[in-house]
Design a protein around this ligand. Structure first.
Ligand code: 3EB
Length: 337
């Protein structure tokens, strides 16, 4: 029987602008003043403003099932910029993202852009989202109505998923983090056939069930997604912070780090119940967000020691985090085989 190959996208980080983007679906740059979106030679370029030096995140496809139709992965990428959404796809994987200019209130505009993103991905044949990122300027500031911009954003995102018929248990893993300036940058990894298997952390309430005191609408994301293949299984861990149940725990960096690490480990352990191959994993990458730059190297050293992986693949970003009291948040990609 002909077995068909399956792919996912993986990030590769560099200080230098990636030279060979022949097979890249997207390059996201963090740092600098520019807030732009463009598509060139089949690759989406997204520039997010932030402290320098800049870091580049380059997205390429990796096979998790090596099928007899592997050449499909070598298919020419199709890419474009439609309705303000930059997209690039080949075979079974697609990257798509947009920039939303800053608005006095976010929810309505976020709802419309999210709906447009979901509509476009579905129209291209990639209706399954397995990982998303959300970057918001002034994330902890209040809007004109006195509502925190993160909560305002969460409302529009939640309404969009609901309107598009994405059920709470099918939400992708995600990150929601601040940007130094500007509106909202969103990008997504979508798949032709599967959005993977969602994993929740038994120590944490699912974010989509957070009580009303955290906002009109709960944050829409899963704690993690597993994309399983015959040869490799990838666990995408959402932005993870020092939250137990729905409450922030710990005031110091050390306390928050300990709870956060345990949350990531618990998520991996829970994923292992369904995917034993995740029992022993390689850390493909980490993205470390610290509220205060001075905490960066300490956290990075600790994370590399605990999770392994390469420093180059575990960049630190100085950013505001969606709860004012949170000092650190970490996301991860683990690979088991
Ligand atoms: C939390 O657990 C911390 O709004 O997309 C982590 C990951 C967080 C994603 C999002 C928010 C988001 O609630 C914050």
């Amino acid at each position: 029987m002909l077995s068909s190959s399956r792919h996912v996208m993986l990030p590769c980080y560099s200080h230098e602008r990636p030279k060979n983007t022949q097979k890249a679906f997207a390059v996201v740059r963090y740092g600098g003043e520019e807030a732009t979106l463009s598509v060139e030679d089949g690759c989406v370029w997204m520039y997010l403003p932030g402290p320098k030096p800049a870091r580049y995140e380059c997205w390429r496809a990796a096979a998790i099932t090596f099928g007899e139709d592997e050449k499909r992965a070598e298919d020419e990428r199709h890419a474009g910029l439609d309705d303000g959404i930059g997209w690039s796809c080949a075979g079974d994987v697609l990257f798509a993202g947009f920039w939303l200019d800053d608005q006095p209130e976010l929810s309505e505009a976020v709802k419309r852009r999210y709906e447009a993103l979901i509509t476009l991905c579905r129209a291209k044949g990639f209706g399954h989202f397995y990982r998303m990122w959300n970057y918001l300027g002034a994330i902890n500031a209040d809007n004109a109505q006195g509502e925190e911009r993160y909560r305002d954003f969460c409302c529009g995102r939640s309404q969009a998923f609901e309107a598009m018929g994405v059920s709470l248990t099918d939400l992708p893993a995600a990150t929601g983090i601040g940007l130094s300036t500007g509106g909202v940058a969103v990008y997504a990894l979508a798949h032709r056939e599967t959005s993977g298997v969602n994993i929740e952390n038994p120590r944490q309430l699912p974010a989509y069930r957070y009580p009303r005191r955290y906002g009109r609408r709960s944050p829409s994301f899963a704690r993690g997604t597993v994309m399983a293949g015959a040869q490799q299984t990838v666990l995408y861990v959402s932005g993870t912070a020092s939250i137990i149940g729905h409450e922030t725990v710990g005031q110091t960096l050390a306390e928050q780090q300990a709870v956060m690490v345990e949350n990531i480990q618990t998520l991996q352990k829970t994923a292992t119940e369904h995917f034993p191959e995740l029992d022993s994993v390689t850390c493909q990458s980490l993205k470390i967000y610290v509220r205060h730059g001075k905490d960066g190297s300490l956290i990075q050293r600790a994370m590399l020691k605990i999770f392994g992986g390469m420093a180059e693949q575990s960049p630190v970003f100085i950013a505001d985090i969606c709860r004012k009291e949170l000092l650190v948040e970490v996301e991860a990609v683990f690979i088991g085989q």
